[in-house]
Write a protein that binds this ligand. Structure first.
Ligand SMILES: Cc1cc2nc3c(=O)[nH]c(=O)nc-3n(C[C@H](O)[C@H](O)[C@H](O)COP(=O)(O)OP(=O)(O)OC[C@H]3O[C@@H](n4cnc5c(N)ncnc54)[C@H](O)[C@@H]3O)c2cc1C
Length: 430
């Protein structure tokens, strides 16, 4: 490791965080993994990312790329290797407010991004946590509360800067290296280090936001009616569901967003959710989009480790609910459901490396102890997988995430841009 430090240019060497230093404790871990890296590097430009990458791959045993550090896979830190932390690449530049064109550093997080865009009346669909990083989410998918209206986060990406395996800094969009641009929208972590992205943000100020609570005897009993309401709702509405074992069976907490500030419309669109049997509480308010992307900014300590499993589903019927009841009974702490229909499915399956363009729900379960046996029937229902919600590391899942022609194209891209397979930490494409 001393060789590595000696090889670093002075700016990277002076900001590197090493074991034993005062800053190390707050820098070594990710949200889901307690790491013990040999060095954490903080490049401040794409060129410095390239320098860090060259040094890390020449002298380090392994390296990780970290944007927000909220990766469920836990692969943005490691033991004994180098972490390339992009926190300093956090710019938010509104290039054209009228067109919604914005450029964002990959090291920023979605909460601060939402707050930076709000004064211009702009919003980018991301996810339910403002602590999640731009880089880890916008290179794989991004299922947010505006997904049914605006698509996935990757569907709003119009260009990106990426440092590829040989250290080149490459700009990619529909006209420049279009195949690479296809790949970084779904499989970015396999192709390089994305340093910044250009987005087409939506014009959105006020939104309706509701918290609902349902007490159901089981997911089998309660979930199908809720799922039906989601499917019948206009695209302006989206609702994420978080189910835990509850006092009377299952308690499902839902946050619903309506992309308008018209009180009457909000009421009309939310009423079907209130009418779902088992609703015990419902509270709605008019707010701004940035307020529904909560940001804590707490240091990471591996606080959220444990198995996370996921599947994309075409429907949720009583049988699906029964299987998910089995997952909770087997010890999973929570089942989460995010709708992925509407605008997500307006995109052709071969337009991005995220190929899943007809499914309706992303389901995910998390726990402290293994629940794979109970998860198997849910996985058997899966029609595709969103890798950002899974940490099993099972290579078989890569086929589910990148089916058929998508995988063939990704392999070809790897042969061009990463022939030595440097970027293999996070669900490698084989
Ligand atoms: C509390 C919580 C809530 C979530 N909610 C949602 C949600 O609503 N919708 C949703 O879609 N997802 C959600 N996620 C999943 C999220 O999309 C992934 O965990 C994502 O990887 C986090 O991004 P990050 O930058 O914070 O990750 P990091 O931990 O920094 O990185 C994770 C991995 O991504 C890759 N990576 C990171 N940055 C880059 C980069 N700049 N270039 C190339 N590869 C990179 C690396 O392989 C790295 O190992 C949630 C996760 C958590 C923990």
């Amino acid at each position: 490791m001393s060789e590595l430090l000696a090889a670093l240019p002075p700016t990277l060497a002076s900001s590197a965080v090493l074991p034993g230093s005062r800053a190390y404790g707050a820098a070594q871990h990710s949200y889901t993994y307690r790491g013990a890296p040999a060095a954490i590097l903080y490049p401040g430009s794409a060129d410095e990312v390239a320098q860090a990458l060259t040094v890390a791959t020449t002298y380090g045993e392994r390296f990780s790329v970290r944007s927000g550090g909220h990766g469920i896979s836990g692969r943005s830190t490691n033991d004994g290797g180098v972490v390339i932390d992009l926190t300093r690449l956090n710019g938010v530049e509104i290039e054209d407010a009228a067109a919604g064109t914005v450029r964002i550093g990959a090291g920023n997080r979605w909460g601060p991004v939402a707050r930076a865009l709000a004064p211009s009346g702009l919003a980018i669909t991301s996810g339910d946590s403002g602590d999640v990083g731009v880089g880890g989410l916008a290179t794989v998918g991004g299922i947010g509360l505006l997904a049914r209206r605006d698509g996935l986060t990757i569907d709003r990406v119009t260009g990106a800067e990426i440092v590829v395996a040989d250290g080149r800094v490459v700009w990619t969009d529909a006209d420049h290296e279009p195949e690479l641009f296809w790949g970084i929208r779904g499989a970015g972590p396999n192709l390089g280090v994305v340093t910044s992205l250009r987005f087409r943000a939506a014009h959105l100020r006020g939104v309706g936001h509701a918290d609902l609570v349902y007490d159901w005897p089981s997911l089998e009993a309660g979930l199908p009616a809720w799922a039906e309401v989601v499917l019948a709702s206009p695209r302006e509405v989206n609702a994420f569901l978080y189910a835990v074992r509850g006092p009377r069976g299952v308690r499902a907490m839902v946050q619903a967003l309506v992309a308008t500030d018209d009180e009457q419309e909000i009421q009309t669109m939310l009423q079907p959710f209130v009418d779902v049997p088992g609703a015990v509480n419902a509270q709605a308010r008019i707010t701004t989009y940035d307020q529904v992307v909560p940001y804590g900014g707490h240091p990471h300590s591996g606080q959220a480790g444990g198995p996370v499993r996921s599947a994309l589903l075409n429907e949720i019927d009583a049988g699906t609910g029964r299987d998910l009841d089995g997952v909770l009974a087997a010890g999973a702490d929570m089942v989460q459901i995010r709708p992925v229909g509407g605008a997500v499915n307006d995109i052709a399956p071969d337009a991005t490396a995220y190929a899943h363009r007809h499914q309706q729900f992303a389901v995910m379960a998390s726990g402290r102890a293994p629940f794979d046996t109970a998860w198997a029937p849910v996985l058997a229902r899966a029609d595709g997988l969103y890798l950002n919600f899974d940490n099993s590391g099972d290579p078989a899942l890569v086929e589910l995430a990148y089916p058929g022609q998508t995988r063939t194209r990704l392999r070809a891209l790897k042969a061009v841009w990463d022939p030595a397979d440097l970027f293999r930490e996070n669900f490698p494409i084989v």
